[in-house]
Design a protein around this ligand. Sequence first.
Ligand SMILES: C[S@@+](CC[C@H](N)C(=O)[O-])C[C@H]1O[C@@H](n2cnc3c(N)ncnc32)[C@H](O)[C@@H]1O
Length: 362
Amino acid sequence: MNNIQTEQHQSPTPTRDSVEQAAGRMIGILNDSSIALLIGVGHQTGLFETLAALPAAGSDLIADAAGLNERYVREWLGGMTSAGFVDYQPDRGTYSLRPEFVPVVTGPGTENLARTLQYVPLMGEVAPKVAQAFRTGGGTSYDDYPRFHHIMASESAAVNDASLVETILPLTGCVDALRRGISVADIGCGEGHAMNLLAATFPASTFTGYDFSGEALAAASDEASAAGLSNVRFELQDVSRLETEEPFDLVTAFDAIHDQARPAEVLKNIRAALKPEGTFLMVDINASSRLEDNVELPWAAFLYTISTFHCMAVSLGQGGDGLGTVWGKQRATDMLLDAGFRAVEVKELEEDPFNAYYVARP
Ligand SMILES: C[S@@+](CC[C@H](N)C(=O)[O-])C[C@H]1O[C@@H](n2cnc3c(N)ncnc32)[C@H](O)[C@@H]1O
């Protein structure tokens, strides 16, 4: 037995002040996590947009304008007032959304964080199953998250609409080739917006999206049909056993590697699906592989939480590796090299601080 095992572990006695601070932090978390649920409702019901469009108004007028039940709206307004999002004038009984909150809770842009906060109630839906997996191992299934694909698609569409063509694609050096006409595949394409956007922008190129969710692919095909696109198709495949007819010039994966059951196989399959002079663009979470480097990251706690409740859990639920959301740049680079890529560049974009952009060549 070594000394560490035999010594009695003695924690330093906390001071009264430090315990009070810890309790204060817990109360803050109680309030903030509760407000996350109200923000989710505000986002889903359009209440934020309604408030932003109205002058200071009573709950009956706000409920009417939003087409919602007044009693629920009044309680929601109480929570949002307590959280400091809404100003309440008691003498007139009116509520108004504070102007500085308008950009962060409304609109289609990347600054609307109410959309991102939808992950919190989504995680709550699987909490009992995840707690059980702490005891038994295993994990969850994608089917446990009925709203996941849609929330993910709306998050990634906001980034891609703002930056994919103008800022992200130039990182690959493939823009001229896309104009001339090349073949492109997207791995774990979800609801397919990235492929549809590129298909509309580069009509001379052809695009294929792969995913194993039939429901997500149906939404992808619907969007392509609605836009009248004939140069994009979506194929149901498990990419850990990817089979392609012809090699591609460009393969992309948008936040679709870290939750794979068998990420090493998927990266090897991508490498095999590329032409010798092809390019792989892997967009994945911007973090370090070392916990100690991540603690200062403003959203580190969120990343480890969503990993526990979704990304790691769905991988373990398939008997997979459970790589996790925070696999980090060092491990990602090593895995790309192990998969046979010889040159890997890692880039960061101001427009999307959540993600790192890997450009890898065979
Ligand atoms: C985090 S989501 C990203 C979706 C999309 N790329 C986006 O940015 O909106 C990961 C996607 O990978 C898909 N996926 C996971 N494992 C897969 C596998 N083995 N084969 C095919 N698709 C898979 C999931 O169904 C999901 O749509």
